[in-house]
Design a protein around this ligand. Sequence first.
Ligand code: ATP
Ligand code: MG
Length: 555
Amino acid sequence: MNPRDSSKKPTNFIRNVINEDLSSGKHKSVITRFPPEPNGYLHIGHAKSICLNFGTAADYYGWCNLRFDDTNPAKEDVEYIESIKRDVNWLGFEWHDKVKYSSDYFNKFYQCATELVSKGLAYVCFLSADEAKEYRGTLTKSGVNSPYRDNPIEENLALFKKMKEGGFKEGECVLRGKIDMSSSFMCMRDPIFYRVRFDSHHQTADKWCIYPMYDFSHCISDAIEGVTHSLCTLEFQDNRRPYDWILENLDEFNKPDRPYQYEFSRLNLEYTVMSKRKLQQLVENKLVSGWDDPRMPTISGLRRRGYSAASIRNFAQRIGISKVDSVTDVGILEASIRDDLNVVAPRTMAVINPIKLVIENYPENKLETLLAPVHPQNEEMGKREILFGQELYIDREDFIEIPPNNKYKRLTIDKEVRLRNAYVIKAKRFECDENGDISIVYCTYDSETLGKNPADGRKVKGVIHFVEASKSIKAEFRIYNRLFFDPNPGKSDELSSSINPESLQVKIGFVEPNMLNAKAEMAYQFEREGYFCRDNKSDGLVFNKTVGLRDTWTQ
Ligand code: ATP
Ligand code: MG
């Protein structure tokens, strides 16, 4: 079977494995899973894994399960389950069948564990946590067998049953695999399979007081679901050993077409923390406004910031899949959104830092409706109406009393600029407010320059944007910068000291009247300013800056 669209997709080592498995007949189809733990919101790193798991399965006409890896009830919450489902759908993917939970398989896990105990391959161990650590040894020192390791099978079966029935306290004992205390892989030194926890579970309530560990539950969940290729990040490389050992020792799953685990490198982004634990810290310490703060690398934060699902999928494709750990330049993510929005975003004008402009030779009380293209490179998107009158707003940055040099192209006294989509004007004088800041610029306009150059051949180089003052609508603009000024903020556990105090600037300015109907999350290009979208949580007119028009970080 050849993958769908194979010519368009760059290949990678996982696709090579799949191609081999399909051609050798080891597997007949491709079934993957995305297994988030519901202990936080998904981030852009998860998006890489989602695109890989759902995308690869779809390319091979297979499917991908969404499975909540919910074996640690203490840290989990249904709020996270709902947000994860929403984010996966929003990214454009659909899971196969109904949503799955590792907790659906708690009975099966218990049976499997019992099978291993009855084969003499697992035992109940009463070493304290400190003792167990001592017995485990280190990377350079072999471990020592637990004194409980060779207890008779019958005794272990009874003890494990007692564990399940609530006969032991938390921390009193655990079920361990009987593997190899001298293995060079620490996770093979009699790993814990089950521990006692009297926490109530969000799916199974108080039915269970023993919960399986990741290494034990993950491989069995994959096998139950018929997953063929279990894709995870590189830090699980060693865990492939217990994964294989457990499945090979369970009669039902020890088959050639059982699942196998393959590891790829995780996404790390400069100037960003990615672990859910650290993101949670930002939320809890109120360093951001919530999981969906537009400065967060979460999928919901990026969405609220104005990132499109297409741009995130495109980003995942650009960075590709490899086995080499690296740190990705945030510029690549920003380029992905710019490429998408440049094509789809309607153009409009907004003045973010306004000063008044009064055109002294323009009739008072006259309002003209001018036409401007919605997208300069795409006529099919049509025209929009913009208003023009005697009083306008322009951006403070576009007027200067004394230009820095003769290359200055914006407005200054006695020089001409074009108002975008409108006339050529010349500044005459200005007024300041009580703080000495420029508040009004007076100018004249050339009525013969609408949509054409001056007839006498004068060259007007600069173009600035504006909105008409009487009908424009007041709006709030939230301008985001990097949340951290440290390129690797995650290296320390204390995040507050590397937070950029200017990561959010709020400005009050004006937009064209038709922006009153702007839809939340829909992207606009505010001409000369950047891409923005209306905030999906605020009632008033609030616009989040998604990204600038070009990369200003590297300049
Ligand atoms: P975190 O450390 O952020 O909490 P996690 O690995 O604990 O992440 P899970 O909910 O267990 O989070 O992850 C679900 C899936 O997403 C796993 O298969 C995991 O390998 C993958 N994943 C998590 N972070 C990244 C990342 N930065 N890049 C690529 N894949 C990731
Ligand atoms: Mg995890």
